[in-house]
Design a protein around this ligand. Structure first.
Ligand SMILES: [Zn+2]
Length: 278
């Protein structure tokens, strides 16, 4: 795994690019568009190939540019190998176009045959709808893209971001009992179930705060954001508002909140509307 500098969301500064496999290997999330880190990646690929390994292509977790910024450079540099196979979800391919690359759709239940390793494809939506993770079940290692981050934070930004799907994804990875989770940003996480459980609790805690921020009157997200995110500085409100909206959409789908245009109010637990005290 190489942590290569990328134009990503601060405070994160780099994206992890993994070379997974042995006699056959795949490059996961070549995010850097910069010359110097790209030459590090070329050196790692060349070393594997010099050792006799076969490079089978690139796999992407999702479509954000800090995960595939080096794709075109790779296709050009290795043009003599033919067109570069690109393994990703169909929703990811819809956003990623690079010359010299052949898209192959993969989805939950597929696997990439890397000789001694069978890399399982898991559909792990939430951060984006087509987000994939890659699981080496035998070694208990998953490459989790932007499901968690140990540097920076994970943004759930609707409509691509989906909070309910994200919580399901976290629970699914938690249940795998992984030995190691390799995120795209920050250091790998040993025994990640505890961290995944914390992520779930953190989001549910925020959801409770969002419920507490809602009143019986329809109010706009800009009014609700300071109540739902009391600890956040006003300059971060635009970002927090996206996350707030993700929570509100989930609450709306569950019948716990109600929407009128861009404004929201809580729905009484008994479905009786506003409570009137005598
Ligand atoms: Zn992302």
């Amino acid at each position: 795994m190489l942590a290569l500098p990328t134009p990503t969301l601060p405070p994160a500064t780099s994206t992890n690019t993994a070379l997974v496999g042995a006699a056959r290997f795949v490059v996961v999330d070549p995010g850097t568009p910069h010359d110097e880190p790209l030459s590090q990646l070329y050196a790692a690929i060349d070393q594997r190939r010099d050792d006799g390994a076969e490079w089978v292509g690139v796999a992407l977790t999702h479509e954000h540019a800090d995960h595939w910024g080096g794709l075109r450079a790779l296709a050009v540099r290795y043009a003599d190998l033919g067109e570069l196979p690109l393994w990703a979800h169909a929703r990811t391919h819809a956003h990623v176009r690079a010359e010299g690359v052949v898209p192959h759709d993969i989805d939950d239940g597929d696997d990439l045959d890397l000789d001694t390793i069978r890399l399982e494809v898991l559909h792990t939506p939430g951060h984006t709808r087509g987000h994939l993770s890659f699981l080496d079940r035998r070694q208990g290692v998953a490459y989790g893209g932007d499901v968690v981050a140990t540097e920076g934070t994970i943004i759930i930004d609707p409509p691509d971001g989906d909070m309910a799907a994200y919580l399901d994804t976290l629970a699914r990875l938690e249940r795998l009992g992984l030995k190691t989770l390799v995120p795209s940003h920050g250091a790998p996480v040993p025994a990640p179930s505890a961290l995944l459980g914390w992520y779930i609790q953190h989001r549910l805690g925020r959801e409770a705060q969002v419920m507490g921020a809602l009143s019986d009157t329809f109010e706009g997200v800009e009014t609700l954001v300071s109540r739902a995110y009391p600890e956040v500085a006003p300059m971060v409100y635009p970002l927090a508002a996206r996350s707030l909206l993700a929570h509100l959409i989930k609450l709306g789908d569950e019948g716990r909140a109600e929407r009128a245009g861009g404004r929201w109010r809580r729905v009484d637990a008994l479905g009786g509307g506003p409570v009137h005290n005598p």
